[in-house]
Design a protein around this ligand. Structure first.
Ligand SMILES: *Cc1c(COP(=O)(O)O)cnc(C)c1O
Length: 373
């Protein structure tokens, strides 16, 4: 029987730090770095990742929800925290004030409520105001800048610390994105002319850090690049990064079959020859995508091995025919570096699975224990 764990996701905090450094090298020294740690730091563990980022002097951290921010504060994180999806109920305003979170204000409902309450706040509440320059999601229209700025300027308990927007296609430099930069620059000018002086002006997520250097302004928001992936593989050469997560499983047992035997659910694979199969005790309930059935690959003993048959809830089958000496207890690397120069990155898994690296990383489930190195 196996004495080591079934499967582990190693989180290399040294690689995280290196990625941070590589990103910072792209920035003007006066530009700050916001580390996006929403969705449990893209599956890497929000508290551990935030502690590491805080220890190396990250300027800001970004979460999606108030609950995510409160959890980090309760865990001892003192770095400013931007709540990028704002508040979803007025009950969430109390924890925003109590835990010193910075909500994003992106519509009149939020603006009106925060402005009305601002006199009662125990201390000024920092907010970042968001404009929609072309994403078609959150944000005031650029034409509303003057009106919004006037309301913010008149609310004594609100400190407009930031102004922001977002690219829908940060990985491609094109006229659409450049016109967003021009629109945003005008919005910033309008807001300043109305008497506000936001310390943080920000627009760029990971892709745009590489593709739109003129859009770094005073802060950039890096998510996926911190964790070692790019939103598009076309950017890999421009900014080399290290994969922070490595998912390793232990082969439970191996079996051999003659030609012509169907394997796993749906009998979608039939052995073409005498075949040796390694059984990996990880499946789609661990977040290993079922769409990698008959498509994915794993690294075993420094060799690439194909996934054969359907990925099950708890099991995945790999063809190890011809790989010397594979046995129960051997490592199967599902994501990360596998020795002898082999490597499976989240982008590659995503391509094979028909999705994006974000989804691959976020979905590695809690059933796989995170170990920090
Ligand atoms: C998630 C998110 C980011 C981070 O995007 P990456 O592509 O992971 O760098 C930045 N800004 C906003 C508003 C986001 O929601």
């Amino acid at each position: 029987m196996l004495s080591s764990p079934r499967a582990v996701a190693y989180i290399d905090l040294g690689a995280l730090e290196e990625n941070c450094r590589s990103i910072r090298q792209r920035l003007n020294p006066a530009t700050g770095l916001l580390g996006v740690v929403k969705a449990d730091a893209y599956g890497h563990g929000a508290l551990e990742v935030s502690r590491k980022l805080e220890s190396i002097g990250i300027d800001y951290l970004g979460v999606a929800t108030v609950d995510e921010g409160v959890d980090l504060r309760k865990g001892g994180i003192t770095t400013p925290l931007l709540v990028m999806s704002g508040v979803f109920s007025w009950e969430e305003i109390d924890p925003v004030v109590r835990y010193d979170l910075t909500p994003v204000i992106y519509d009149d409902a939020l603006l009106g409520r925060f402005a009305a309450l601002s006199k009662e706040f125990a201390r000024p509440v920092k907010v970042h105001v968001k404009f929609d320059t072309g994403m078609g999601r959150l944000g005031f229209k650029p034409a509303e800048a003057q009106r919004v700025a006037a309301i913010l300027a008149a609310a004594p308990g609100l400190q407009t610390e930031g102004i922001m927007t977002h690219f829908p296609s940060p990985e491609v430099r094109d006229e659409y994105g450049l016109s967003q930069v021009r629109t945003f620059t005008k919005v910033v000018d309008t807001v300043r002319a109305a008497g506000l002086d936001p310390a943080y002006v920000h627009m760029s997520s990971s892709g745009a850090i590489v593709t739109y250097p003129e859009a770094h302004f005073s802060l950039v928001r890096a998510g996926i690049s911190l964790y070692g992936s790019h939103p598009s593989r076309a950017l890999e050469q421009a900014l080399p990064l290290r994969q922070v997560m490595k998912v390793v499983a232990r082969i439970a047992f191996c079996r051999e079959f003659p030609a012509g035997v169907p394997l796993s659910y749906g009998r979608t694979y039939e052995t073409p020859r005498h075949t040796r199969i390694a059984y990996i005790p990880v499946g789609y309930s661990d977040g290993y995508p079922r769409s990698l059935s008959n498509r994915g690959r794993v690294l075993i003993r420094g060799r690439e091995c194909s996934i054969v048959g359907r990925v099950c809830m708890d099991w995945t089958l790999a063809d190890v025919t011809g790989v010397d000496g594979v046995e129960s207890g051997d490592e199967a690397i599902l994501l990360g570096e596998g020795g002898s120069g082999t490597r499976i990155c989240a982008n590659e898994m995503a391509e094979l699975a028909g999705t994006i690296p974000y989804e691959i990383l976020c979905k590695i489930s809690k059933r796989i224990k995170r170990v920090y190195i």
